[in-house]
Design a protein around this ligand. Structure first.
Ligand code: MF3
Ligand code: CO
Ligand code: CO
Length: 270
């Protein structure tokens, strides 16, 4: 296996796919309220992708080795669901927290991004987990530049999560992305500085830490997709698709409604 270095044509295509994935999240945001079902959110996103954007929902019928085809257009992971929650009849209620994970394909290129949403006013412990996880993602992203290593990303994410009393999910990771949904490299959200693959200009991969409020162990549900925390405590995740540039990084999954980066990114002196 080897890492694809993207050329200017690829990068232009990935910028478009990334923006479109983020725009699905912008579009769906006002619908993420108490009383809506996860299935309705899926239906709305699916329609928007196909009919408004002319994109293909990459999850639909996605079938990695050992899996059954994924049956829906998006992933909706509520409360103790870590990832790959399948949309259905579940009604969102006040104080739920839900990750919506969107992957679109446009002109053959994939854009992959997710955000956390709170229904009503979140419990302080849920908001803290969401905020720390968001910071974890951005701390990881901020390591990215040619000459840095994948282990640098995992290290800062793990440090920040564990300092807060949380744990990092090991079984799922970020991934290279382009014309293929999941390609090399794997981007672990834990690790040691200076280890693993050296980053090079033109690599594109996701950073998508899954952080658990309690223990890191997971449990797979009988549907073959849904992953929950074994201790049934909350889990949170944020995801961006990122390009390694000559001097650092460019986040590709940005749109008008993207939440601003944390202050420690915005206030950096160059
Ligand atoms: N979007 C997820 C990721 O970030 C993958 C979902 S696979 C699916 O890698 F089939 F569940 F949609
Ligand atoms: Co991803
Ligand atoms: Co995703």
């Amino acid at each position: 296996m080897s890492i694809v270095i993207k050329d200017a044509t690829d990068i232009a295509g990935m910028r478009i796919a990334g923006r479109l994935a983020s725009e699905v999240l912008d579009y769906i945001t006002p619908f993420v309220v108490a009383g809506v079902t996860t299935g309705e959110l899926d239906r709305l996103c699916h329609e928007y992708m196909v009919n408004v954007q002319g994109t293909i929902p990459a999850p639909l019928n996605y079938c990695p080795p050992g899996y059954t085809p994924y049956p829906k257009a998006i992933c909706t992971s509520v409360n103790d669901v870590i990832c790959h929650g399948i949309p259905g009849d579940k009604v969102l209620k006040n104080e739920d927290v839900v990750n919506l994970d969107i992957t679109v394909i446009k002109d053959g290129y994939h854009g992959d991004t997710s955000r956390m949403f709170c229904i009503g006013t979140p419990k302080p412990f849920a908001k803290r987990l969401n905020d720390i996880t968001y910071e974890c993602m951005w701390l990881g992203i901020d390591q990215i530049k040619p000459g840095a290593h994948l282990g640098d990303i995992g290290f800062v994410i793990q440090q920040h999560a564990e300092k807060a009393g949380y744990s990092v999910v090991r079984e799922f990771c970020g991934h290279g992305i382009g014309k293929v949904f999941h390609e090399d490299p794997q981007v672990l959200h834990y690790g040691r500085p200076g280890t693993l693959t050296e980053l090079k200009e033109g690599m594109i991969f996701t950073v998508e830490p899954m952080i658990n409020a309690g223990r890191r162990e997971i449990k797979e549900m009988p549907d073959g997709w849904t992953i929950k925390t074994r201790d049934r405590k909350l889990s949170a995740q944020w995801e961006h698709t990122v390009l390694v540039t000559a001097t650092g990084y460019e986040v590709l999954t940005v749109s008008a409604g993207s939440p601003p980066p944390p202050d420690f990114i915005t206030n950096k002196s160059a």
